[in-house]
Design a protein around this ligand. Structure first.
Ligand code: ATP
Ligand code: MG
Length: 645
């Protein structure tokens, strides 16, 4: 194993572990030991650290509100829990007359057998009712918790669709995924079991104590005195196991995060021959997980037996004191028998509740992370009187018809405060014009397109379409009128046809083919095994980069939007195909206002206006010929005559 520096170890634990919110989606489950479940949901807990939630009562209230929508079912569950607890207590209480009957001196054998049969049948009937109650309780509760979970999951997913692009730009996929997987799983775990268990535990505890007093108050007091000791022990062990459990979850998050990054970066690892180092680092993280897991499992595992043995003390105590009471007072053998049973029974809920703590803490931490996303501000809502727009070719009733004039006036913008990316941009694109943005990497070209379709809101300046401020236009209407080929291509799992039709859902098959022809994608699609019905894997990984781009262009081509934005749409396509596309593109751009961004300047030559951006400022603008004649920045970019500095 290669040596890993202390500094790197710190980075590994911090980057992949719970200290960073950007850890992977996890998904590894701990093996649940027979007794307590220190494992529970695996994976990172982001900034939460898998530990205690920050605002417990608010989170609990919010969770309860989700299950509260099924309140009649919840009441039914509580009634069933009450039923099963009461029957279990009653069943054991009946044992008293049954035993007393057997040991009584003044009954005949026949009478005893008769009474015994009656007693046993009564107990059977009581326990049957108990089983029925438990069954119903479980069934109804699972239904309630699944309903709640589905509501939370759907709400979270809806929220995800409404979050601004900024949220997705600033949060890793791993982190968002882990909220859907681990965090929701742990919430589900708690909703399924914990609620009814807490209720039944408390009922059993209270019921047993009452019955103890009813049976023999002196003995009851002797046993009650041991409760604080039991609670103290359960609390101490619980705290210890919780501490180690937290460490285990963090380490698990680190391992999961590392695996995620390694899987997605596998090619780069191979290219740079980092396999050995990667394995070494993984070994380090996995060793760390092992040592933390060992402690967590140990403390979690011994909790049951330790508490079980401790409860034997109260058992012995009640047997001894009870025996003495039998000999010295009129305390009966039946009473002693059920009392010793109770003394065992009453520590059980304390054990169970303390074991539930791990699940509860994991679930609350998970719920908090889920609610955190839900509380993120959504995209700026459309104003009440938001305007709907449409193009002539695409008439929508009640919508304002636009010609496609786009104007940026004095637009200044930065993604983060104090770092201005675009400075005083003024551009006007007349309807049907082709405007090109060129400039070096990081100049702010993509940023302009992000502003035109309101992925980000501008603070200074104004962007308008046909004179209407885009802030006054409904966002879906605005985006519906702008067809875009993004710089990063993305395809969905589905057929080629479906992926093209994504641009306009009501497009006919003929229109799909026509769009593919415009994008010069038709011939390669024809060569695919099933043509337009070929199923693409996630993000079209079974296509070449250039082919993916052609499909993205086809998707924009099928739309009837009057404004078109092409951000490096053909950067991965060979120059011959690019030339070929150009002809199709000319048809596509006809009557549409088009913004083209391209590093390959040959593709922007025929633009009506070329804008040269440097460091967020317009440094030159004009037609290709004008700019060349100027002999400035564009000339340098075009001829490659850049002075190396
Ligand atoms: N989501 C973001 N948050 C913060 N800064 C960003 C974000 N996206 C881009 N930037 C920064 O804004 C600047 C302009 O980025 P932009 O993507 O507009 O460049 P570009 O001109 O499109 O470059 P390229 O030719 O490489 O595509 C860059 O310095 C970049 O670091
Ligand atoms: Mg860009």
């Amino acid at each position: 194993m290669k040596h890993i520096s202390e500094e790197r170890k710190e980075i590994l634990l911090r980057r992949y572990g719970s200290k960073s919110p950007g850890a992977g989606p996890g998904g590894m489950k701990m093996p649940g030991p027979g007794g307590p479940r220190p494992g529970g949901p695996g994976g990172p807990r982001g900034a939460m650290g898998g530990g205690k939630p920050k605002n417990t009562s608010a989170t609990i209230n919010r969770l309860l509100a989700y299950i509260g929508r099924d309140k009649y079912k919840i009441l039914l569950v509580f009634a069933c829990v009450l039923g099963s607890t009461l029957t279990s207590l009653a069943g054991s209480y009946i044992l008293r007359p049954v035993i007393n009957n057997l040991v009584s001196a003044d009954r005949s054998a026949g009478e005893k057998v008769g009474n015994l049969a009656v007693g046993i049948l009564t107990m059977a009937a009581i326990y049957f009712v108990g089983i029925l109650c438990s069954y119903l309780q479980q069934r109804i509760m699972i239904g309630v918790s699944q309903n709640a979970l589905i509501r939370i999951r759907e709400e979270l997913f809806h929220k995800l669709q409404k979050l601004p692009v900024k949220y997705h730009d600033t949060h890793t996929h791993g982190d968002i995924m882990s909220r859907f997987t681990n965090d929701l799983d742990s919430v589900g775990e708690m909703l399924n079991n914990t609620l009814s268990q807490i209720f039944s535990g408390i009922l059993t505890l209270v019921g047993t104590i009452i019955l103890m007093f009813v049976t023999n108050w002196i003995l009851a007091i002797v046993i009650i005195v041991t409760i604080p000791f039991l609670v103290y022990m359960a609390g101490t062990l619980g705290k210890l196991s919780r501490k180690y459990y937290k460490g285990q979850q963090q380490a698990l998050g680190a391992v999961n995060g590392y695996i995620e990054e390694t899987v997605s970066g596998q090619k780069v690892i191979k290219v740079f021959c980092h396999e050995e180092t990667t394995m070494g680092e993984f070994e380090f993280l996995s060793d760390d997980l092992r040592s933390k897991q060992r402690k967590a499992q140990f403390f979690g595992g011994i909790m049951g037996p330790v508490m079980g043995n401790l409860s034997q003390i109260s058992y012995a105590l009640s047997a001894t004191v009870g025996g003495i009471l039998c000999l010295t007072s009129n305390f009966d053998i039946g009473g002693l028998t059920i009392f010793t049973n109770y003394s065992r029974q009453f520590s059980r809920p304390i054990n169970e509740l303390s074991m539930q703590m791990n699940t509860i803490f994991a679930a609350l931490a998970g719920a908090e992370r889920v609610f955190e996303v839900m509380d993120e501000p959504s995209e700026v809502p459309d104003p009440e009187d938001a305007i709907e727009i449409c193009a002539e070719a695409n008439r929508v009733p009640g919508a304002r018809i636009i010609r496609g004039e786009v104007a940026l006036k004095n637009v200044t913008f930065g993604y983060v405060p104090d770092k201005t990316i675009l400075k005083h941009i003024n551009v006007t694109a007349e309807p049907g014009q082709k405007i090109a943005f060129v400039g070096s990497t990081g100049a702010g070209k993509t940023t302009i397109t992000n502003l035109i379709n309101r992925f980000y809101e501008i603070e200074e300046g104004q962007i308008s379409i046909d004179g209407i401020d885009i802030k006054k236009i409904r966002k879906d209407s605005l985006r519906g009128n702008i067809a875009m080929v993004l710089q990063d291509t993305h395809l969905f799992s589905g057929t080629v046809r479906e992926n093209i039709r994504y641009g306009r859902l009501d497009a006919t098959d003929e229109e799909v083919i026509a769009a593919a022809k415009i994008a010069s994608a038709h011939s390669f699609i024809e060569r695919l095994s099933d043509g337009y019905d070929t199923v693409l894997d996630g993000d079209g990984s079974n296509l070449s980069q250039g082919e993916r781009q052609l499909l993205n262009i086809a998707r924009a081509a099928i739309s009837k939007a009057p404004i078109l934005i092409l951000d490096e749409a053909t950067s991965s396509v060979d120059t011959r195909t690019e030339k070929h596309i150009e002809r199709g593109m000319d048809r596509l751009m006809k009557n549409r206002t088009t913004f083209v961004i391209a590093h390959r300047l040959s593709t922007v030559r025929n633009s009506n206006l070329i804008i040269v951006l440097e460091h967020g400022e317009i440094v030159e603008q004009g037609t290709h010929e004008e700019l060349l004649a100027m002999g400035g920045r564009y000339y340098q970019l075009y001829t490659g005559a850049v002075e190396l500095d």
